[in-house]
Design a binder for this molecule. Structure first.
Ligand code: ADP
Length: 270
């Protein structure tokens, strides 16, 4: 068994892919009791590497989060932020385009939100909405959205060529768990604000959304900008998996502290 079970969540470019084969309730061989301590270890290491990335100021990381409603995007982001220095993190949520966004191509607002050098960017929804909700709800014809997979691959290629590590995560929640969580939002006054009547419309379109996710992941998981399908029915698995995936990519980048100014080495501070 591989030491890091999140490697099994990676969608390999060109390999056969079926979204249905990923179990949303998978625990990846982890146990809940030990997961908390493991998450703290992962976060401690993330903290060190993020500081180096920030100090190096040459490259960036973009974590794209996509999911059906109630899969836990917000909870994942809250968890990630509790382990990172907020000064070096930029979180951007993408909703229905409005104002000047409607006057430009769909990647315009996305490119503007890409992380700067030294930063970790987290996208809460993203340009993928333009091949997901836009496709499912037929906001544009197929002749328009079907060209977008190629645009997206080229766009992400541009980002990676220019020094951004792009990591994409689909939080894979089951239909039944989504039902439970949406019901909780209706029933719990503390959670009710999260519930929109439109969530039920999207839920009714579940099979179409799953098909759109399947195609998007299959067509845009590349070696440079891979997708991971993360089990999202259990929050503790989801949190540990996303943090571990991010850590894997940061480790691979090997960010380095800048060389110290020679005049500073050995300097005595009085
Ligand atoms: P969330 O559901 O992510 O917590 P919101 O309730 O603000 O946040 O929902 C954002 C909505 O915006 C979602 O329904 C999403 O499908 C929609 N959206 C995002 N990007 C686009 C887009 N490019 N075109 C149309 N709708 C979009």
């Amino acid at each position: 068994m591989s030491k890091d079970p999140t490697r099994s969540l990676l969608v390999r470019q060109g390999a056969p892919f079926s979204l249905k084969k990923y179990d949303p309730a998978d625990t990846l061989g982890w146990e809940k009791e030990g997961a908390k301590a493991e998450l703290e270890k992962v976060k401690a290491r993330l903290d060190v590497l993020q500081q180096r990335l920030f100090a190096e100021e040459r490259r960036s990381v973009l974590l794209v989060l996509q999911a059906m409603d109630a899969a836990g995007k917000d909870g994942t982001i809250r968890n990630m932020l509790s382990g990172l220095n907020p000064a070096g993190v930029r979180v951007t949520g993408f909703g229905v385009p409005g104002g000047p966004e409607t006057q430009h191509d769909y990647l315009w607002r996305v490119h503007a939100a890409a992380p700067g050098k030294g930063e970790i960017g987290i996208f809460n929804r993203s340009h993928y909405e333009d091949v997901l909700v836009v496709r499912v709800k037929e906001f544009v014809p197929k002749s328009v959205w079907s060209k977008r997979y190629d645009h997206i691959n080229a766009f992400e290629r541009l980002l990676t060529d220019e020094g951004t590590t792009v990591v994409k995560v689909f939080l894979n929640v089951s239909n039944e768990k989504q039902r439970e969580r949406l019901q909780e939002r209706v029933d719990d006054p503390e959670k009710r604000w999260k519930f929109r009547a439109g969530d039920l419309d999207d839920r009714a379109l579940w099979p179409k959304f799953q098909a759109a996710y399947h195609d998007a992941i299959k067509r845009t998981s590349t070696a440079a900008a891979p997708w991971y399908v993360v089990p999202a029915d259990r929050n503790w698995v989801r949190n540990l998996a996303v943090a571990t995936i991010l850590l894997h990519h940061l480790e691979a980048m090997q960010p380095k502290l800048p060389d110290p100014d020679p005049s500073v080495v050995g300097c005595v501070v009085e």
